[in-house]
Design a protein around this ligand. Sequence first.
Ligand code: P1T
Length: 385
Amino acid sequence: MKFATAAIHAGQEKEAKTGAVIPPIFQNSTYAQKGPGEHTGYEYGRTQNPTREAMEKNVAALESGTHGFAFGSGLAAISTVAQLFQAGDHIIATENVYGGTYRFFTKVMEKFGLKFSWVDTSDLQHIKNAITPNTKMIFVETPTNPMLVLSDLAAIADLCREENILLTVDNTFLSPYFQRPLELGADIVLHSTTKYLNGHSDVIGGVIVVKNDELAQKIGFLQNAVGAVPSPFDAWLVLRSLKTLPLRMKAHAENAIKIAEFLQGHPAFHTVSYPDLPSHPQFALAQKQHKSPGGSIGSGGMVTCITESFDKAQAILRKLKVFTLAESLGGVESLVCHPASMTHASVPPAMREKIGLSDALIRFSVGVEDADDLIKDIEQALEGV
Ligand code: P1T
């Protein structure tokens, strides 16, 4: 099945009793048993839920994996991956990750004895230098949030295979429409489904996909044992949204390049970053790695730029009208954010400086409105600033 067909059909059968075309929401916590232990394969809602299973199978198909596991948030998915490890294990992580991921690893998992090295994973040599005999996982976010730095997944996957290290990729920024890490050799791919996979800013959720039975068994065990599962309704909303993922991602990317080009041509902005701009330092890697299943190149809807000063950034953010000033990203509506004080406030200032996350940086999550209206909105916000 091709991607657009899988987005609509994978994991979904017509409901047996009525033929309902869309999978029902099984809003139940438990299932009747005929006798003790004599059940239908469904025992308890945390352990199994048919609506959740349909969504998990759908995302697994889109990510070219074999098993999907849904969670109550992106961070719940990340925390479940972290629980594969034990005290003393060493993890190499991309130095610029979502602020909440950084906070979770440094403030929570370090307390349990996991050791982290924060590395610029865009440079393979930096990863090689950080490997120790205890290194168990490389955790890569690409493109990074918010600096849009790319890591070469095929090259890192080769290194991981040689060194017997797991490669986990946070694929939230591109979705499987533009990047499929398991095809490039990663072991685990995960998402905040809150973002592009759900795409309508009405769910908090997460998902993990793997292609290996042993890993699937371990993550399935943790999903049930730890219990950070989503509600059936939230799983259903994500499943509904996945049907339009290819259409939405195409529209996001078409708009994002227009916004990036507009910003680049405007003197109010210093540094405009979008992987499909030839000025992006890793443009060539984006052309190789960010491919839709049909072969078209696209880098999603996230664009950043640096304004003259923190005050200028504040003034612009207050005046935007079509772009809503808010945390989060990946919805059909355009959002804008000031990472240093919002999504990445939990990253220490020294680390923000190291990765180039300036107080004057603005992050746009370009939605699927008419690009002309988005550009006009930025133009009116710049008037008098
Ligand atoms: O918010 P949650 O569903 O728990 O997902 C966390 C998360 C994980 N990975 C990436 C790359 C993310 O961007 C996020 C959440 N990010 C935001 C809320 C944000 O505005 O950047």
